[in-house]
Design a protein around this ligand. Structure first.
Ligand code: ZN
Ligand code: ZN
Length: 346
């Protein structure tokens, strides 16, 4: 829960209860990822990096956050949006980071839309964007819905959400638990909030909030007060969006319940230093394992080539992905690391 939401609760709650005690009162009988002081990761293997290890690394990143405006040549394809006028049943377009436009059985939807040039709480401070979005936000076709995996700035972007809500009047936002407040504070009402394993229908599609292993927070006082998730979209074909996640046992479960998936969108970047990142960000080898666990048929690599978040070179993740695919003698054409703006049918 962010600072404004906490203030709002304090003002409107007659008993002036602090928000954390509201959270604990609602807990009884809830699933194991609802912890005492926020949401928690439930995989027995999960072990978060300690503050003593994390703090010096974060301090070293401050230069990037305040001063850096680098550019980097990530391959791109010109996309002026005209391709979306012709309705195709199944397409995917990579726009950058975890933002993709999907056409599926008559619906147009986005995952984690981020068009801003910094991922952070202020315009002057945040992880810098090194590559322009693959499609201008003005060129989006009419949107039906948007899936949000969690509230980190490289996944939930105020500018993009407000633009989309203003220009796509019927768009619906699907969000994990306790992210709806953020939308309501901005006057956006068409939001459905779901817990892990809960589902909703949208036209002919079934949309399910599924687990992931990660964390949340936009400010210093709201760590893990809102949930993180992956999304499963079931129609005649099946799509899986892993969100932001470390490698974990949830994926086998999801594969068992809802797979095989015709397309699985899986993060491959933000993995170094490995010791600190492993609990919350998978590397390319783990992304391939996730793809196998969910029983994917094709994989789109996401969460790379866009924001400087961690230490690996910006163009390294797809190279590592390719070498893992070759090592494991998997079919190269099933693993898509698209150019920015590139559209494929699936
Ligand atoms: Zn994240
Ligand atoms: Zn991320």
């Amino acid at each position: 829960m962010n600072r404004r939401a906490v203030l709002k609760k304090l003002i409107v709650t007659p008993l002036m209860l602090p928000s954390l005690s509201l959270f604990s009162q609602e807990r009884s009988g809830l699933p194991s990822h609802h912890g005492e002081n926020g949401f928690i990761n439930t995989d027995p293997e999960f072990a978060e990096a300690g503050f003593n290890e994390m703090a010096p690394w974060l301090a070293g990143k401050l230069g990037d956050i305040f001063y850096s405006t680098p550019k980097f040549d990530i391959p791109r394809e010109v996309n002026d949006g005209s391709i979306f006028k012709e309705k195709k049943t199944y397409t995917i377009t990579w726009i950058g980071q975890s933002t993709a436009l999907i056409q599926m059985e008559g619906s147009n939807f986005l995952t984690d839309p981020v068009w801003s040039s910094k991922a952070g709480p202020f315009k002057f401070a945040g992880s810098p964007r090194i590559s322009e979005p693959g499609l201008a936000i003005e060129k989006l076709p009419p949107l039906d819905f948007v899936l949000i995996s969690h509230n980190h700035y490289d996944h939930l972007d105020e500018y993009s959400i407000e633009y989309i809500a203003d220009h796509h009047p019927n768009v619906k936002f699907f969000v994990p638990l306790r992210v709806r407040d953020w939308f309501e504070e901005r006057g956006i009402q068409n939001v459905e909030e779901l817990d892990w394993w809960e589902g909703a229908s949208f036209n002919n599609l079934k949309i399910l909030c599924t687990p992931a292993q990660h964390f949340s927070g936009r400010w210093i006082n709201d760590r893990n007060q809102s949930l993180w998730c992956s999304w499963t979209v079931l129609g005649k074909k099946r799509l899986f969006f892993a969100g932001d996640s470390g490698y974990c046992s949830h994926f086998k479960n999801i594969g068992k319940k809802f797979g095989p998936f015709d397309l699985a969108m899986i993060p491959i970047g933000a993995y170094d230093p490995r010791k600190l990142m492993k609990p919350v960000h998978m590397d390319p080898a783990e992304a391939v394992q996730t793809f196998l666990d969910v029983r994917g048929k094709k994989m789109l690599a996401i969460h790379w080539g866009t924001f400087i978040l961690t230490d690996e070179p910006m163009d390294e993740p797809p190279k590592k992905l390719l070498s893992v695919v070759e090592e494991q003698k998997l079919l190269k054409e099933d693993f898509l690391a698209l150019k920015l703006g590139e559209t494929r049918e699936w």
